[in-house]
Each structure stands twice: as C-alpha cells, then as structure tokens.
Design a binder for this molecule. Structure first.
Ligand code: DP6
Length: 320
C-alpha cells in the first residue's frame, strides 16, 4: 500500500527525438545514455481508498499540472481499478528545465507504484511501463551506460557498461532556471511533422548508435566525444528547422560551447551535449572535472554548476 523509490536522471549521448507511435509513446529511434549519480528524484506512493482523487506534492508543494501524467502512469502500472494515491515527489535539481527531470520522476514512480501494488514485474516490463510515461525514463531503470533499442513492438533496454568500469564525470552548466519554452513531447511532434531534416535523422541513427556502442565498449573517449557532439547538434538542427522553430539555446549556452571547444584545444578530455533546454552538459574524464568546472564557472551567463559521476539504476527505498 505504501512504497518509495529513488531514480537518477540520465543524459542521452545518442538522442531520442521523435516517436513512431504517439499513443504508446514508442520512440522512432534507439538511444544511448549515461545514468547520473548525484542528481535524484525520490517518489513516495501511498494508496488510500478514502481519497476521491490522486494528490501530488512536489518538494512539499501541491501540484496539479503534473498530476494527470503521473496518474496515467499509476493506471498503467497498477490497473485503472486501483485505489487513489498520495504521491510525494522530491527532487534535488530544477524541474522541466532540460535536465531530464521526467526521466528520473517516471522511473522512480514506476518502481514505487509496482511495489505499492505488491507487484514485482521483470526489469524489462518496468522499463516498458516507464517508457510509456516518458521515453527517456526507461533508461533510468538501468545503471551506467545504457542502450535503448527499438524492437518490433516495444523497446528493449540494457546496461552496456557499469558505472565503475568507465567512471566519467558530468558537469552541468545551468544557464536559465525557468521551465523550458516548449515541452519535448510537443517539440518532437513539431519536428516530425515539419522539419526537412527529420527523415535523414531517422536514417542515420543506427550508424551513430553503432559508433557510440563501439566507443563505449573500447572506452575510446575521443570517438565517443565526436559522435555524441555530432548527434546532439543534429538533433538541435532538426528543431531549428522545424516550423515554428524550436530554439532552446541562449547566449550562455553558446558561450559554454565555446568554453568546451577551448578546453578541447588545450587537450582536455571533455565534450558537450544538450537536451530540450538551454543547459550544457560537459562530459569529461574524471581527472579534468575540476578544470572543466572552473572554466564553465567563468563563462558569462552560467548561473550554477552541478557535478555528477555515473550512477545506479532506479531502486526501492527502505521505509522501515
Ligand atoms: C532531448 O523522454 O522527455 O532529452 O517521451 O515525450 O516524455 P517524452 O520525451 P522525453 O524526451 C527526451 C528527449 C531528449 C533526448 C533524450 O533524452 O534521449
């Protein structure tokens, strides 16, 4: 009747952008991500037959805007005949600002909801349920370097490498703190319907996935850096060429890219990636993390920095 779970957000290196089935929220392309360690969402779910409807609090504040998506996720995990639930979400990083807050939220909610309903689905079934709520959430059910593949009728997710096997660091430069201008679900549909680059994106993705998978297996940082930056810029090019255009960047986003380019020119092992928001994620070899942090802190417009290593899969939290 009551359970809690914790999940870390993940950052895609080879991106998911576009859906092949909107109703079932199935992605149009496979993706590869890294699960983070220091950022987290913790979800408490308590079933209460006396409640007239679900209730949600985010960091202690009642929230009705996010509730419908969370309720739909509970219905999928527990069945629509379930009791109403009290959901308490705690998150230690900005929500809806392009930091994959939906990934950690829905991964944690899926795990907590299954336990509250006394169900113990296989990880593959949990990943599939989390993916229905938010495509990127399926990856937060796994640790370290994670690949999400499209199968004939669903998705299949697995860890390619555990976090300890190649402990990269991530420095996140926050360049704006408000929620993003357009949600990623809507932006993806705009891209699919209007961007002239969308079809080549779909065609080229298997190649990028293959290069990144190989780089991860060989721990080849240069190769992973090149394909990840290319894949990220392709995704943003599709958005820019959509009608209306979807532009998440601000001037500080561009400044961070220049800072990372300058570091690369000095031989620093670092590369950038960005998602549906203006924040810049600098992925680096751990020995360069401090230098990367210092350079990004000195970049105009950077409001805050967060640093993380690679982390574990979503899991239950002991309530006793
Ligand atoms: C740019 O998982 O937020 O972060 O399935 O519509 O909820 P929905 O989308 P979401 O999209 C993530 C897009 C991305 C790239 C990625 O994480 O792969």
């Amino acid at each position: 009747m009551r359970a809690a779970a914790i999940a870390q957000p993940n950052i895609a290196l080879i991106k998911y952008w576009g859906k092949r089935d909107v109703d079932r929220n199935l992605p149009a392309v496979g993706s590869i991500s890294i699960t983070l360690r220091e950022l987290f969402t913790e979800m408490h779910v308590q079933l209460d037959a006396g409640l007239p409807h679900d209730v949600l609090a985010v960091n202690g504040t009642p929230d009705t805007a996010l509730l419908p998506r969370l309720s739909a996720c509970l219905d999928r995990v527990m069945g629509s005949e379930r009791s109403r639930a009290r959901i308490d979400s705690r998150c230690n990083f900005p929500i809806a600002a392009g930091l994959a807050s939906s990934a950690s939220a829905f991964a944690a909610l899926t795990v907590a909801a299954a336990a509250a309903a006394n169900k113990s689905p296989e990880p593959a079934a949990l990943a599939s349920l989390a993916g229905r709520a938010s495509g990127s959430a399926a990856r937060s059910l796994y640790s370290g370097f994670v690949e999400l593949e499209n199968t004939a009728d669903d998705i299949a997710v697995r860890t390619l490498r555990d976090p300890g096997e190649w402990p990269l660091a991530v420095v996140v430069a926050i360049t704006a703190s408000g929620p993003k201008s357009v949600g990623s679900t809507r932006a993806m549909e705009l891209s699919r319907q209007t961007s002239p680059f969308y079809s080549s994106w779909i065609e080229q993705q298997p190649h990028d996935l293959g290069v990144a998978r190989d780089a991860i297996m060989r721990r080849d940082f240069e190769k992973l850096a090149a394909v990840s930056e290319h894949n990220c810029l392709k995704m943003h090019s599709i958005m820019w060429a959509s009608r209306p255009p979807v532009v998440y960047w601000n001037s500080a986003t561009m400044g961070c890219l220049q800072t990372i380019r300058d570091l690369q020119a000095q031989g620093v092992g670092v590369f950038f990636t960005m998602d549906a928001g203006p924040q810049v994620k600098a992925v680096c070899l751990p020995e360069y993390a401090q230098q990367v942090r210092g350079a990004l802190a000195a970049t105009d417009g950077v409001i805050e920095l967060m640093e993380s290593g690679l982390g574990d899969a979503a899991r239950l939290v002991d309530l006793t």
